[in-house]
Design a binder for this molecule. Structure first.
Ligand code: 5GP
Length: 197
């Protein structure tokens, strides 16, 4: 049986990654999201075990010590980690797994032998312009600890790493971004050279 494809999707805060992935998961079959653990507080509407597993710092640190995460990183002053097990099990069953991740987590996973290209597909979601991203960040953020300036600086540093990825999706319009994501998935399913199976 064909192995599932592991998609890692990164991009600066405010670029619309979460909305894009939600739409993709609602519209496509045979793909599942890997749910992470975070120490940040749930935002309104976020459900435990769906958006994230919301843990306190002590529980998170204990899990790190027990080596329970594939990767973990501090993003905007909170811990985030990808639990092991779930992903490998789904991939082995032929299900695609999609994980939204920050640039540090992506780099960590890409360094692991088992997830090196072609074992994972890295997609970077770009804003249509720096100005558009700043507008989105302004409209967002009261729950975020960092100032607008810090978030803009983080976004610039993240976007400078786009060449580490296999694909770029410019999220100008949601339908267009979604179309591109679906096209990338389809292309990966049609892949022969460096294919997963
Ligand atoms: P948010 O708190 O807005 O949901 O996510 C903040 C950032 O953390 C986003 O860039 C998101 O992709 C990233 N993130 C979410 N889950 C994980 C994870 O398990 N590991 C890492 N390294 N980053 C994550």
């Amino acid at each position: 049986m064909r192995r599932g494809v592991f998609f890692l999707v990164a991009g600066p805060a405010g670029v619309g990654k979460t909305t894009l992935l939600k739409r993709l998961l609602a519209e496509e079959k045979g793909v599942i999201k890997a749910v992470s653990v975070t120490t940040r507080k749930p935002r309104p509407g976020e459900v435990e075990g769906v958006a994230y597993y919301f843990w306190d710092t002590e529980r998170f640190t204990n899990a790190v010590e027990r080596n329970e995460f594939l990767e973990h990183a501090v993003v905007h002053e909170h811990h985030y980690g990808t639990p092991k097990g779930f992903i490998e099990e789904r991939l082995a069953r032929g299900v695609d797994v999609i994980k939204d991740i920050d640039v540090q987590g992506f780099a960590q996973i890409r360094q692991m032998e088992q997830y090196r290209y072609p074992r994972s597909v890295g997609i970077f979601v770009m804003p249509p312009s720096p100005e558009a991203l700043i507008e989105r960040l302004k409209g967002r953020g009261s729950e975020e600890a960092n100032s607008l300036e810090v978030r803009i600086r983080n976004a610039e540093a993240e976007m400078a790493r786009v060449r580490e990825y296999d694909y770029q999706v410019v999220n100008d319009d949601l339908d267009r971004g979604l179309f591109e994501l679906k096209a990338i998935r389809l292309a990966e399913h049609c892949r022969i050279r460096n294919s997963q199976s």
